[in-house]
Ligand binder design. Structure first.
Ligand code: IPM
Ligand code: MG
Length: 357
């Protein structure tokens, strides 16, 4: 019996996660999966009840689970509370406490959505890139950090720091994924300005000797951002630090039509993982039943593939999503003329039905 912990979070989180759970139930029945689920509060929802965005009881459940399906956290309601108690800090603490250092963010364009991208269809059609983002280090976690008084004004500061072992650890994941895919790896840095990424580039260059089959390139982050919208198909796997990976993955998401399509996996050294859509809690549309649940459903597929070793079930879910797109169903974010606009629940129902077969 495998244990999946459901952490729906805030904003549209509960709506989109409910659709993924629906799909999981169908998958369990069709494939005879032995999976039990449990829920835990996180983010603002946890703060409201426990005064903490990651209460001990939620962290304990997360540690005990084989995998976590996560919705989204945050919202204007909690923007003004004490910094350490904000929803985002709960997510960061969860990533760091569980050692989820490897964040995989695939940007794949479903052919049916070529017209939904803001880029020309010929620039994005067939797009299949994987961003590997380091998730538990860098400027997100570096000390010292804070806002202090200095000479009668406030000064904000953060520290970008990576040890050689941290770079090697994420580099290994990226090289191995590149070997299993198109054998091209682009490492993104700002080595012309920042020492921490000068080291990043050096370590990745050293590691390249152990992977002679992988064609390795290096880009400065500003150039990488430009290349991603100029000729995105030049990329296979991209590897980068926490902050650059955060930014580039949002950008890559838009190539696929909508950030509502982008799943992610965050893995520890043993491939235990947390799976979440790359988008946020979208407070502006929360509760309206119009959010796109596909990124969360595709995150569930990644969960089955990476943490439960059921690539076959993951394939079936991805095929069901493709089927529904083929049938012309679109949530508002991916809607184009001639398609049928549906809400969150209808989209989830349709994927569940396609999976049931
Ligand atoms: C993401 C999000 C998070 C991040 C936020 C919500 C803390 O933007 O997962 O990309 O910055 O990592
Ligand atoms: Mg982000």
């Amino acid at each position: 019996m495998k244990k999946i912990l459901i952490m729906a979070g805030d904003g549209i989180g509960p709506e989109i996660v409910a659709e993924a759970v629906k799909v999981l139930d169908v998958a369990k029945a069709r494939f005879g999966l032995e999976i039990e689920t449990d829920d835990a509060l996180v983010g603002g929802a946890a703060y409201d009840v426990h005064g903490d965005p990651l209460p001990e009881v939620s962290l304990e459940k997360a540690r005990a689970a084989d995998a976590i399906l996560f919705g989204s956290i945050g919202g204007p309601k909690w923007d003004q509370i004490e910094r350490d108690k904000r929803p985002e800090r709960g997510l960061l603490r969860l990533r760091s406490s569980l050692g989820l250092f490897a964040n995989l963010r695939p940007a794949i364009l479903f052919p049916q959505l070529a017209d939904a991208s803001s880029l020309k269809p010929e620039v994005v059609s067939g797009l299949d890139i994987l961003i590997v983002r380091e998730l538990t280090g860098g400027i997100y976690f570096g000390q010292p950090r804070g806002i202090r008084e200095e000479n009668g004004e406030r000064v904000g500061f953060n520290t970008d720091v990576y040890s050689e072992s941290e770079i090697r650890r994420i580099g290994k994941v990226a090289f191995e994924l590149a070997m299993a895919r198109g054998k091209r790896l682009c490492s993104v840095d700002k080595a012309n300005v920042l020492e921490v990424t000068e080291l990043w580039k050096e370590v990745i260059t050293e590691m390249a000797k152990d992977y002679p089959e992988v064609d390795v390139s290096h880009l400065y982050v500003d150039n990488a951002a430009m290349q991603l919208v100029r000729t995105p198909k030049q990329f296979d796997v991209l590897v980068t630090g926490n902050l650059f990976g955060d930014i580039l993955s949002d950008q890559a998401a838009m190539l696929t039509g909508s950030i509502g399509m982008l799943p992610s996996a965050s893995l520890d050294v043993n491939r235990k993982g947390m799976y979440e859509p790359c988008h946020g809690s979208a407070p502006d549309i929360a509760g309206q039943g119009i959010a796109n649940p596909l990124a969360t459903i595709l995150s569930l597929a990644m969960l089955l593939r990476y943490s439960l070793d059921r690539g076959d079930v993951a394939d079936a879910i991805e095929k069901a999503v493709e089927q529904v797109l083929e049938d012309g169903l679109r949530t508002a974010d991916i809607y184009t003329d001639g398609c049928r606009k549906v809400g969150t629940t209808e989209m989830g129902d349709a994927v569940a039905a396609a999976l049931r077969g």
